[in-house]
Design a protein around this ligand. Structure first.
Ligand SMILES: [Zn+2]
Length: 176
């Protein structure tokens, strides 16, 4: 009996929160396992090395964050945004999400780009409508670090950029 209770509480602690249909900002975390050459509409060819890739976006329309992140989790839809061309070439691990009323995608993207830990495969990816260098970038982890560590490093950047908007991690398995 004691053992069963302990197992249940561990599962409860590890379970990340489910997506809400509130509006907000998200940062997709994707894994690319080998070099990929992707045609991204008018942007042309983009070469992705293996590694972790990030994409900052926001969802302030109907269905909010839940509808948008679930859309990114699928790859069976028309290619509307730059990220739609890239997504089928990577595995979506999850997303950092903020339900703050303010649109934070540019603030998050710029804060990540300001670190020494990111590189941009192509200028303008995901940022056609704003002045940012890009909203899609590669996370350059130093040495061999775990996926969990990478997530924590990214969280620290987002938290520092917007102290009032604590990001919540949503695992891909929790997006459906
Ligand atoms: Zn921007």
């Amino acid at each position: 009996m004691m053992l069963t209770l302990a197992i249940v509480s561990v599962i409860a602690m590890n379970k990340s929160p489910l997506l809400k249909s509130d509006t907000g900002t998200y940062l997709l975390v994707m894994q690319c396992n080998e070099e990929q050459i992707v045609e991204v509409g008018a942007q042309g060819t983009v070469v992705l090395q293996s590694g972790v890739y990030l994409y900052a976006g926001s969802a302030f329309g109907p269905g909010g964050i839940a509808a948008r992140v679930r859309r990114h989790a699928r790859t069976d839809h028309a290619q509307h945004w730059h990220i739609d061309y890239i997504r089928p070439h990577c595995t979506l691990q999850g997303a950092w999400v903020s339900y703050a009323d303010t649109k934070l995608e540019c603030t998050w993207a710029r804060a990540l780009l300001d670190t020494n830990s990111t590189s941009v495969p192509k200028k303008g990816l995901g940022s056609s409508d704003c002045g940012c260098w890009a909203h899609f970038m590669r996370w350059e982890a130093e040495g061999k670090v775990s996926y969990r560590t990478v997530r924590q490093q990214i969280e620290a950047v987002l938290q520092e950029a917007c102290p009032d908007a604590t990001p919540v991690w949503v695992e891909t398995s929790q997006t459906t």
